[in-house]
Design a protein around this ligand. Structure first.
Ligand code: 5CA
Length: 443
């Protein structure tokens, strides 16, 4: 992409309404624009990051054997009356009437609709286990939408639902989700710690939230600092292997880590004092096992091996896809702007031409651009007629991991400059060597 043809409405000043750094930087970098309280348009740069996060979620769900599908955002109230949640959900649910006076709603989550789909098609234990998920817009009429996309009213969420014959099978689905989420967040450059939590309006006893530690997080968390030493890394996972998934779940959830809703002072006191931490965190996902709560209320039963009709065991599993954009920025930025992890960056590399219009510099930039593109990468070439300082400031603000700087002086010596956004380190390399280095980062 050439910056001269892009839509990047960068703001010079800090927007007064933004209280936290991710909100500020998303507005300043021209990623989003508010359209109403807690409701945002995603501008081209923001949408690219959102889609990259979505892609990682899809890839990791596919590995776990979960099936992607898509349900509507507008649902009939009837199903929600069956489960009893039409009345229970309260003011967070946006209720709508259609032209015939029928009660409709904008879906805040989809346990009812997926259970309806399941009961309409699955009648035997032989068709299970089954886990389906979607990535779809949700609406919750939050009392205090704030912090930009962190607590929106409209937000983009991955919601997955498992259907199993027994509690044991459903707990395997729970563990599978936990494992796949650990990998998902790590690919985004985040450490998200599973913490025992409260299930709220979804219901059930077994639930973990995934929290990214950050001062601006809305949740108070209590944990044994040893949990922050755990990393998932490049493990070879067989998602059908119950024992393997169970042991990873235990590895990551045995040490004390809880949100304030389930915090237990007596248990916490057993953690060695120097490892007892109280901090704040951003909830980027939550997994639930709620057994037969919805299947019983809505008659989702199957025939088991003895020919008996039994209600299925279920859980649901969410990732805050749009919230993650903010969470990643909270975890990765400096005074100059965003620092994208390579896994989610909107462009792989920036190209800054120090002297636009200089025949040699222009040609060298074009060549870098062509070669990176040919290798399957997406560079962002700042080809505007601007001062170098302004170009650097824009690149730093939008946070691309690598920047190639090209100017007549360097070209005389046969070199361009490659700069790492995270460390600020620069090196002079031949254009070929610089390109090879950038390409290697993404292979
Ligand atoms: N049905 C279950 C699992 S799919 C569910 O709705 N879970 S949830 O309520 O925990 O939401 C899943 C994730 O969506 C949360 O962990 C959070 O990361 C994100 N989320 C929830 N509310 C908002 C909001 N108002 N703005 C942005 N993200 C949100």
């Amino acid at each position: 992409m050439r910056l001269s043809r892009y839509f990047l409405p960068v703001l010079k000043e800090n927007p007064a309404e933004a209280q936290i750094v991710s909100h500020r930087l998303m507005l300043r970098a021209g990623m989003i624009k508010q359209s109403a309280a807690g409701i945002y348009s995603w501008l081209p740069l923001g949408l690219k990051v959102l889609k990259n996060i979505e892609t990682i979620v899809h890839e990791e769900q596919a590995k776990a054997g979960h099936l992607a599908m898509l349900m509507p955002t507008i649902q009939s109230a009837d199903l929600w009356r069956e489960s009893g949640r039409y009345d229970d959900y309260g003011e967070e649910m946006l209720r709508i009437k259609d032209r015939h006076g029928r009660d409709m709603l904008f879906t805040p989550t989809a346990e009812e609709l997926i259970t309806d789909i399941f009961r309409g098609h699955v009648t035997s234990y032989k068709d299970m286990p089954l886990t389906m998920y979607q990535i779809q817009w949700k609406f919750r009429d939050e009392r205090r939408p704030r912090f930009g996309v962190m607590r929106g009213r409209e937000f983009y969420m991955k919601d997955g639902y498992n259907f199993d014959l027994t509690k044991e099978d459903a707990m395997h689905a729970y563990n599978r989700h936990l494992v796949s989420y650990l990998r998902t967040y790590e690919r985004m450059g985040l450490q998200a710690i599973p913490m025992r939590a409260d299930s709220g309006p979804i219901g059930g006893d077994d639930t973990h939230e995934f929290l990214v530690l950050a001062e601006t997080g809305e949740s108070e968390v209590f944990y044994d600092s040893a949990v922050t030493d755990l990393t998932f890394g490049d493990r070879d996972i067989n998602y059908d292997d119950k024992a393997q998934c169970q042991s990873i779940m235990e590895e990551f959830t045995t040490k004390y880590a809880r949100t304030d809703e389930t915090h237990d002072e007596a248990l916490f006191a057993e953690v060695p004092q120097e490892r007892r931490k109280v901090a704040r965190g951003i909830e980027v996902g939550q997994i639930f096992y709620f057994g037969t709560k919805y299947s019983e209320a809505m008659g989702a039963t199957v025939q088991d091996a003895d020919g008996k009709q039994v209600p299925v065991h279920m859980g649901s599993h969410g990732i805050g896809v749009s919230r993650l954009v903010g969470a990643i920025i909270e975890a990765s930025h400096d005074d100059k702007g965003i620092i994208w992890p390579e896994g989610v960056t909107p462009f792989h590399c920036g190209i800054v031409n120090l002297k636009q219009g200089d025949a040699e510099a222009d040609a060298a930039c074009e060549d870098l651009y062509r070669q990176l593109t040919k290798a399957g990468l997406e560079p962002l070439y700042d080809d505007r007629n601007e001062r170098a300082g302004g170009k650097f400031a824009t690149m730093d603000l939008i946070g691309l991991p690598w920047r190639l700087t090209v100017g007549p002086r360097g070209l005389k010596n046969g070199v361009v400059e490659l700069t790492c956004r995270k460390t600020g380190d620069s090196e002079e390399l031949t254009p070929e060597a610089a390109i090879a280095k950038v390409i290697a980062r993404y292979m």
